[in-house]
Design a protein around this ligand. Sequence first.
Ligand code: CP
Length: 321
Amino acid sequence: MSDDIQIGTDGRLNHFISLEELPRELIEELLTTADSFIDFATRDTKKVPLLRGKTVVNLFFEPSTRTRTTFEIAAKRLSADVITMQSDGMSTTKGETILDTVSTLQAMHTDTFVVRHSFSGTADLIARHVPQHVHIINAGDGRYSHPTQALLDMLTIRQRKPNFNNLTVVIVGDVLHSRVARSEISALKKLGAGEIRIVSPRTLIPTGLEALGVRIFTDLDEGLKDADVIVMLRLQLERMEGQLIPSEREYYRYYGLTEERLKNAKPDVMVMHPGPINRGLEIASSVADGSHSVILSQVSNGVAVRMAVMSKIMGGFRQSG
Ligand code: CP
């Protein structure tokens, strides 16, 4: 039996920690809801009163530009009251535990905490300690999971290539340290992606990865053959212990996505990157800014996806029709 705590005994989504245990139908429902929120961004009035009266606290113990800002914008567009706290402004720097910080903020009647932390399992730990009516959304924890990133990536793919069964999706780079890769593989499997490939130096491939049903390549040109979607990963130097690549220059030479290498893929290939991007390390500027790149669409979709997750958890939002 699973000890997953995301879905309550009443069948409601209480927390959003990782995609592994969630049913395909729920993931598809969230994507459809997110799609319905897309055009709010270009309306004169961008807000809807779905979460009026609710309080969201963003707890970011790790740096973030995209996730932090899009969660805050999403909460505001849903008319929730939102506060964003970053680690250098929190009492954890004075010795308070994360659970005591959460209890303190929960005493102010917070409805949902959005949590980013460098330790795997932080969001799950908090979810097991809060009262039943309080919700936890994982905004990225260590190497474990970044479920809203995977959802927004699936939305970005689905908008352009809706038939996942026919897709060859290639994830390139530092899989060993990547929470995005884990969540991405899980989402792609659930949505029935035709083939999932991993391209990485051997030192950056976690043991047992094949068991997830992916094909592993160490040669980038080979791995990119006839790809429909390429997901480039950031080289996560801050999580690397020891020398796992000979040098950044050599990494770019063998694993950097250049215009020349892109020619191996299908002519209409999509190039994705969760960000932050390191130009000239994982990806050439001409590719990051080129016609195949959907990197900024991923960011825009982040707002809609986070609106969908928050409205589902706090408002029980259901798509009509
Ligand atoms: N993709 C992502 O998590 O980016 P940030 O670190 O800027 O939030």
